[in-house]
Design a protein. Sequence first.
Length: 494
Amino acid sequence: MFLYSSKQMNDIDRYNEEVLGVSTVTLMGRAGKALASAVKSVAKKKIAIVCGTGNNGGDGLAAAVDLIKSSYVIDVFYIDEIKSNASMYYYKQLIEYGIKPLKAVGQDFSQYDVIVDAIFGTGLKKAVDGIYKEIIQAINQSNAYIISADIPSGLNSDNGLIMGECVKADVTVTFVGYKLGRFLNDGIDVCGQIVLDDLNAAILEKEKIIEVPDKVVLPKRARAAHKGNFAGIKIIAGSDKMCGAAYLGLSSAKAALLSGAGLVTLAVPSSIKCAYMPRVTESMLYFLSDQNGQIVFDKAEIDILLQKADVLIIGMGLGKSEQVKKIIDYVLKNFELTVVVDADGLNSLDLNSLQDTKSKVIITPHVGEFARLIDKSIEEVKNDPIGLAKQFSNEYGVITVLKSNCTVITDGNRVLVNITGTGAQAKGGSGDVLSGCMGALVKILEPIDACFVACFICGQAAINAEHQKGSYSVLASDVIDNIPSVIKGLISLY
């Protein structure tokens, strides 16, 4: 499955019309049939179709024509003068059927069972205000079953941000391909169920840039395998001020082992080792020198720790410090392994350390951490999460895993998007579980694929935990407990 920007959709429309000779009127008619089919599947009595002035409104008008031909009784509303020639084609057909569209301004839509939202399409780039805002609010207050054409009106189709006011759809019938905004930011909460109709339109291969893999498979383990065939992971975590965060280092270690790691060692400050010794069972423990409860850089200790390591995960509960920065810089310049930088590792990271590294680097920031890392506002990151993540990965040669309700994974070339997950993960420790799972997979999969699969596994495990405990009560440990069943369903039989 591929996700498309508004520019790509415009290019696809133009290609179908100018190269293949498929007119806008024809594509609009197909879109109208897809919308009408969604209305028919609901089978309610009172139907309203609210149309804007452009081609999205034309999709609504074409749907109205199809429904009238099928003997449905509908009311059609318009907001302003129609500006699209293709839309006017279907408007004239409505007039011929004796249907005169009504003004949408000031309407109370509460009498309708179904409302088709065909106001704005993928081209919306400014905030919704004035009569448009009033009409969208009236639609949302109607308690009707709402079907949006292509994308809910008021949602930015490129970044999924609500542009002042937005229709909250029960179903969105999207045309030709999936829109980016459906999955990013607010999109996942306002689009409802997505129904794709490709309108039998052609899509150029060059447009297929952003992937949502529809198949996740893990290789079956050989009977003769030993622990050295799988990831040897070292985790540096903790300080005396954040023992709990370091305790989540244990959770990260457990997640790594449950995700297939061969051997995991948790490295913590020596001064708090008593908190860990009775709790660590399956993992190994290693103690690092510290000062006032915070780890200090000791070259000899790091050299011993990273012997035979495949992966280093660093960050949880360390606190931001010059010592953590020195550790990261030393490791990246001197060890050929995969380094997953998370949490306080990101806060301590010197971007200059990412230049000319021996290590392969994966960073796992949430939106706020990424904004700090690139010296931009959270709003700027939300406006262009994919573009900024790609830019950062290209500039620094890392894999960026930008965590949000829809996680963006990119190496600067490929872009993968994970859509599993739930609001139940909005809780401390979720990222630590992801890092552990990710570390376990990088030895058996290509790094960018390992990042995606880890996000998929943790997201699905969280969904399963939410089904068991509800969205408020899921803990990071509950996600870990659900990892085995998710992985079991992904292992190849061959």
